[in-house]
Design a protein around this ligand. Structure first.
Ligand code: CAA
Length: 254
């Protein structure tokens, strides 16, 4: 794994940190590849929750690396976009909840990284947006699709067409982040959410995520839900959860 990404696993919570603070954690190629590898490792190590964040005081991730991108050919830009998509897909498909701990600037590819996570918790200092239009390009790491899923079609178009940057409160009002907390409470809040999620039944969380993320037409997505629902009836957690309810006690999940 490149030195610009670190992975720590503690109490079944993996924390992936993009660690390139001198460039506000901008995503050069080794960093994008390292994100992909870190997610694979977190899954292999059996982490139940993945937290994604940025090192330093200023940035979550300030975007794709503009210094690297400026002289790319279309073919090279396509390869770069494919790498970004592979890494962010790995986050989207991580078999447990993922939380973006948005500690500062989350612009362009940084906003897209946060969008690949299930939840976004922002410091009051965070600034989010898709400013690519003012570089003469568009979001290339999934933003055109994931942003509209999160904030709705018109708001996504406005953010992408105008390139405006939202402060944390406006991002909350847009629905781009799920909550905003004081900067010095961010670590504690995310740790608390992550810890609560480790106590939930693992297979049911993964099934819920798969069903919510399902692709295809409505019929296919509803079928996916039925399959995920039914498959859980083969798990100890389903038996424990229902027996505990009937016996009027707290469930003790695997
Ligand atoms: N790529 C490369 N380097 C970056 C960077 C980026 N996206 N963002 C910041 N940096 C570097 C700066 O060049 C600077 O380096 P030097 O010290 O060597 O000059 C360092 O990080 C600190 O940045 P600033 O001095 O600019 O810090 P600031 O506090 O004045 O401004 C900022 C912060 C508003 C985030 C500003 O850095 C900025 O606007 N960054 C670019 C944001 C952006 O446009 N992101 C979208 C990129 S395109 C994209 O992401 C495409 C895609 O979808 C895949």
């Amino acid at each position: 794994m490149a030195e610009t990404v670190t992975l720590e696993i503690e109490a079944e919570i993996a924390t992936l940190t993009v660690d390139r603070p001198e460039a506000l954690n901008a995503l050069n190629v080794p960093t994008v590849d390292a994100i992909r590898d870190a997610v694979t490792e977190a899954e292999a190590e059996g982490a139940r929750v993945l937290v994604v964040t940025g090192a330093g005081e200023k940035a979550f991730v300030a975007g794709a690396d503009i210094s690297y991108m400026k002289s790319l050919s279309p073919a090279e830009a396509k390869q770069y976009a494919e790498k970004g998509h592979t890494a962010f897909r790995a986050i989207e498909n991580f078999p447990g909840p993922t939380i973006a701990k948005v500690n500062g600037f989350a612009l362009g590819g940084g906003c897209e990284l946060a969008l690949a996570c299930d939840m976004r918790v922002a410091s009051e200092r965070a600034v989010l947006g898709q400013p690519e239009i003012d570089l003469g390009i568009i979001p290339g790491f999934g933003g055109t699709q994931r942003l509209k899923r999160v904030v709705g079609d018109e708001r996504a178009r406005r953010l992408i067409y105008f390139g405006d940057r939202l402060d944390a409160q406006d991002a909350y009002e847009y629905g781009l982040v799920g909550e905003v907390v004081a900067h010095d409470e961010l670590d504690e809040r995310v740790a608390s959410l992550a810890s609560d999620l480790t106590k939930k039944p693992r297979h049911a969380l993964a099934a819920a995520k798969d069903a919510i993320n399902a692709q295809g037409d409505l019929t296919a997505r509803l079928e996916r839900e039925q399959i995920e629902f039914a498959d859980l009836f083969d798990t100890p957690d389903q038996r424990e959860g229902m027996e505990a309810f009937v016996e009027k006690r707290e469930p003790d999940f695997e």
